[in-house]
Design a binder for this molecule. Sequence first.
Ligand SMILES: *[C@@H]1O[C@H](CO)[C@@H](O)[C@H](O)[C@H]1NC(C)=O
Ligand SMILES: *[C@@H]1O[C@H](CO)[C@@H](O)[C@H](O)[C@H]1NC(C)=O
Ligand SMILES: *[C@@H]1O[C@H](CO)[C@@H](O)[C@H](O)[C@H]1NC(C)=O
Ligand SMILES: *[C@@H]1O[C@H](CO)[C@@H](O)[C@H](O)[C@H]1NC(C)=O
Ligand SMILES: *[C@@H]1O[C@H](CO)[C@@H](O)[C@H](O)[C@H]1NC(C)=O
Ligand SMILES: *[C@@H]1O[C@H](CO)[C@@H](O)[C@H](O)[C@H]1NC(C)=O
Ligand SMILES: *[C@@H]1O[C@H](CO)[C@@H](O)[C@H](O)[C@H]1NC(C)=O
Length: 457
Amino acid sequence: MTMDLWLKLLALACVCLDAGVVGQGTDQPATTTTTGLAPTTHPTTPTQRLTTSLTFPTTTAAPTTTKQPCGEKFANVNVIYEYDNNTETFHAKVDVDGKLECQPNQTCGNKRVDGLPECQTINVKISDDSCADPPKTLELHVPPGPGNFKLDECVDPENADTSICLEWTITGGMKGCLTDNITYSHQCGKFTLTNKKFENGPFDPHHNYTCSSKVFYGNHLVVEKIQTIETDFGPPDLPSNVTCESVNATHGRATWKSPQRFFHNYHLCYNLTNSGPLNCFKLNKNKEEYNWDNLNAYTTYQVSIYAYVIGKVQRNGPAQTCTFETESAAPSEVQNIMVKALSDNSMEVTCVPPVQFNGPANGDYKLDVKTGGTLVTSDSKRKCKFYVTELHYSTEYTFEVYYHNGNHGGPPRSASKSTSYNSKALIAFLVFLIIVTSIALMVVLYKIYDLHKSRSR
Ligand SMILES: *[C@@H]1O[C@H](CO)[C@@H](O)[C@H](O)[C@H]1NC(C)=O
Ligand SMILES: *[C@@H]1O[C@H](CO)[C@@H](O)[C@H](O)[C@H]1NC(C)=O
Ligand SMILES: *[C@@H]1O[C@H](CO)[C@@H](O)[C@H](O)[C@H]1NC(C)=O
Ligand SMILES: *[C@@H]1O[C@H](CO)[C@@H](O)[C@H](O)[C@H]1NC(C)=O
Ligand SMILES: *[C@@H]1O[C@H](CO)[C@@H](O)[C@H](O)[C@H]1NC(C)=O
Ligand SMILES: *[C@@H]1O[C@H](CO)[C@@H](O)[C@H](O)[C@H]1NC(C)=O
Ligand SMILES: *[C@@H]1O[C@H](CO)[C@@H](O)[C@H](O)[C@H]1NC(C)=O
């Protein structure tokens, strides 16, 4: 009987609900009846209507039961550190949803913690209404300030045309920071490196590269330096169409065209082949010709020319060489001319070769023998040693000697000498005179003897 009554009451409640008779006043009793009903539903098999009536109260009851622990809710909090140049401290922006309370609470306005010194570990408590105590304790590992790092260029000047070198140096103490958490990165052109020192290549010479170098502390970007690095000039290339030629015995000329790549000046050297010091000098970059005007005749000169640039160091291009030979010219005069009498009417003429042949050294020595301005005889010899015979006795002769190198004759040098009297003829005459005198004397003596004999008879 009591069961029937309960069922009737239940049916009535269901009718009321179906009819929509749920006001503000009726809402509260309905929940109380269902909470009371819940344990009793288990024995009876619930109808479809029953289940719907049961789901309704459980949804409204849920929020009051459990709260998520704060430690769980704020397990992965993103913290962004920003450096303030003026105060030289950091502020940390704590990226959380909802209301945030932190301790000490006065530094926590607007979800940020101000005035954090570098390299300190500071605990901050976070909680909000929707999570259960205890509050989440967040450790703020304050990064080092940007002033602790300096970026230096470290390129070796010799390689500055094709390589770039950048290196971070730590200038501050950073006490309290974990040095293992400091990482570096460099990016120049197409090269990327995650070392403290960046040294890489090859880069193109004389080219601007943008390099970005960064220091990180964990995920925090401590400092970034972006700079444009201009690589040094590369060495110039070869001057083109280099020619050199002799103009005459004393003049020579070299011509060329400028090399393709950039350069500052030329360096030109010339050289007497096999001898003499190298003569080198700088030539302006817009020159395309060089003239010599006091060269030695009949001499081979070697010329070398290269272009250079001056960057961090001087870089020389390759040298182009050429040679030319000056024309021959008149040789200088022979030296030490000597005339020696070999007999009363023959002479030997000798000399020492000229100082400058100015042409082939296998030319001829020429001798002209003159007396009273007229040429008597001439001779030509490979060596400067002449024999002149059958000269007139007691006559003054002039001997002129010069060297002829095949193309040009040099100026003559002369010496004079007289032949002596004919000594043989004189002796013969004296012998004849003595004989004649002797014969005459004998004739006289005979005459005297003959006269004396005839008187004595
Ligand atoms: C801080 O100072 C550095 C150099 O002194 C400057 O490059 C940087 O822009 C400054 N940052 C701010 C936020 O003022
Ligand atoms: C937070 O600050 C208020 C006043 O600014 C103070 O009354 C309160 O005690 C502080 N709470 C804590 C936990 O320090
Ligand atoms: C590199 O940049 C500097 C500054 O803008 C400029 O003066 C220079 O001519 C540039 N060099 C090259 C090779 O482009
Ligand atoms: C430092 O490095 C350790 C180990 O890699 C890491 O667990 C820690 O979170 C890092 N600290 C910071 C502040 O990045
Ligand atoms: C160099 O010489 C070559 C051939 O000898 C010629 O074709 C070229 O035009 C010359 N170059 C210059 C810059 O004069
Ligand atoms: C050589 O040539 C130059 C230039 O053409 C001229 O001035 C000079 O007189 C010449 N010298 C000789 C020795 O011919
Ligand atoms: C200069 O002369 C020396 C000796 O003959 C030779 O070795 C050298 O190559 C020459 N140099 C030039 C630039 O002509």
